[in-house]
Design a protein around this ligand. Structure first.
Ligand code: ADP
Ligand code: MG
Length: 446
């Protein structure tokens, strides 16, 4: 009885709100009659609870009444045991986007994992649903199915969030699991330290893990000794059916100078990419993140943000936080005009940034002349700035390699590829280079 009533309520809500709202807030809800004129709506998570209470309570009440349930009060309760269905890649329907509930994870036992990264607050859309399903499956049964799991995709698309959610999920189910989570940078540094200072215990720490999660494995490129060590760690764990999860900004075959034997191992299990979120998913992400902070954004603001920031969820989040902070400080309600004004200020810079700016600022920073950086000279004092300029042309303006070569007066674009690659590698373990790049970036955006 209550199921039929609720379906009818949902049907009406579905036609009156955006699809993203509907999927985000009403999926996995149910009605429970709790007394004469009291009803309870079961919701999958705290976000849905807040949103329904604040924004939809009157609507729901009205629609219930229309369907013969005259409730004096409605309470919203988070389902205590969300359906813990095992997600598998096969069971994912491409059209099925929105939030999938899994119990809120309370790890607390692994200081390296960040509890804020959980499945609960990860919005699923067509771009990440396979990765999400695989991760959920691993969280429930580590070491059984996809081993290793290799997730790759662009910056800010939720790779780190997802793999930490796996770690948190595993700990929630089995707090005794030994999860080792590291960035590749940390792995490399610890390994180098262990050699340099003859420190004991490096290999043990990694090889005794039940679950090894390594973020941004692309940074292992070009580091032969570390690759060798990682190869042995990988084998030891894999042989004893311990779960290995890796992320990268590119697929295994596109990681330069990766030893063949490692590459093939990365491809043993399952490699899944994460694609940028579509418009609806971006809307859902914004709504969730806002309501997470107790802010309810008008639909036009949500749409505006989702339309203007398309590829990077971190950036999307940044703009949203900026908007919320701006409005909070001034006691304003977030509206479209404010959102437009804020985003405009942001977009200004990249528009005015030209290849010429980058080449000039980089030369200036290193105190060399533009003609020198453009020249064929091979002195180290000029080669390094030139490589950095190439890297910045790539990272700031996303120029193609041939275009980058041209901007620096070169015909052959393979130099540009090598330079960008080299600087990317230096960024991981060369503090000085990182510092130079940061300073040049600051001067570019000043
Ligand atoms: P990556 O590791 O791929 O560069 P992150 O995992 O660091 O990206 O994600 C960047 C930010 O965006 C994080 O704050 C993360 O919580 C958020 N984010 C990314 N994808 C999602 C998603 N699908 N749902 C909710 N938040 C997301
Ligand atoms: Mg990351």
């Amino acid at each position: 009885m209550s199921e039929a009533v609720w379906n009818s309520v949902l049907a009406e809500i579905e036609v009156s709100v955006s699809r993203a709202s509907f999927v985000t807030w009403f999926k996995n809800t149910a009605l429970e009659k709790s007394g004469e004129d009291k009803v309870t709506v079961l919701v999958p998570n705290i976000f849905a609870k807040q949103q329904l209470e604040v924004k939809f309570n009157d609507t729901i009440k009205g629609l219930l009444k229309k369907n013969g349930v005259d409730a004096s009060s409605i309470s919203y309760t988070i389902r205590s045991s969300s359906p813990k269905k095992e997600a598998s890649a096969q069971s994912v329907k491409p059209s099925d986007d929105g939030v999938r509930p899994l119990p809120i994870t309370r790890s607390g036992t692994n200081p390296v994992l960040n509890e804020k990264y959980n499945f609960e607050n990860y919005i699923v859309g067509s771009g990440n649903e396979l990765a999400y399903a695989a991760c959920q499956s691993i969280a429930l049964n580590p070491g059984t199915k996809y081993n290793p799991l290799f997730i790759y995709g662009g910056v800010g698309l939720g790779k780190t969030h997802l793999i930490q959610a796996v770690g948190n999920g595993i700990l929630a189910n089995d707090p005794g699991t030994k999860i080792v989570y590291v960035s590749t940078e940390t792995f490399v540094n610890e390994f180098l330290d262990s050699i340099r200072f003859k420190k004991q215990g490096f290999a043990d720490r990694y090889r005794s893990a039940d679950v090894l999660i390594v973020d941004d494995i692309q940074f292992i490129a070009g580091k032969e000794k570390t690759q060798e060590e990682f190869f042995h760690t990988f084998n030891a764990l894999h042989q004893s059916n311990k779960q290995i999860i890796l992320t990268s900004d590119k697929p295994p075959k596109a990681i330069p100078t990766l030893e063949e034997r490692l590459r093939s191992r990365f491809e043993w299990g399952m490699a899944i990419d994460i694609q940028p979120p579509d418009f609806e998913t971006r809307q859902a992400i914004i709504q969730t993140k806002a309501s997470n902070q107790g802010v309810i954004l008008p639909d036009d603001v949500v749409e505006f943000l989702a339309k203007h920031i398309q590829t990077n969820i971190r950036e999307l989040e940044g703009s949203l936080n900026q908007l919320i902070a701006y409005c909070e400080l001034r006691g304003l309600e977030p509206d479209i005009a404010t959102a437009q004004a804020l985003l405009k200020g942001k977009q200004h810079r990249p528009k005015h940034l030209t290849p010429k700016n980058i080449v000039e600022k980089t030369s200036q920073h290193f105190d060399i002349a533009v003609v020198e950086i453009m020249s064929p000279k091979r002195d180290k004092s000029i080669v390094v700035p030139r490589q950095i300029a190439m890297y910045l042309l790539r990272s700031e303006l996303h120029l193609s390699f041939p275009k980058i070569a041209t901007e620096l007066g070169r015909k052959d674009h393979t130099t540009a590829i090598h330079s960008v690659d080299k600087v990317e590698r230096m960024l991981t373990d060369d503090y000085v280079t990182r510092q130079h790049i940061q300073e040049i970036r600051e001067s570019l955006h000043a």
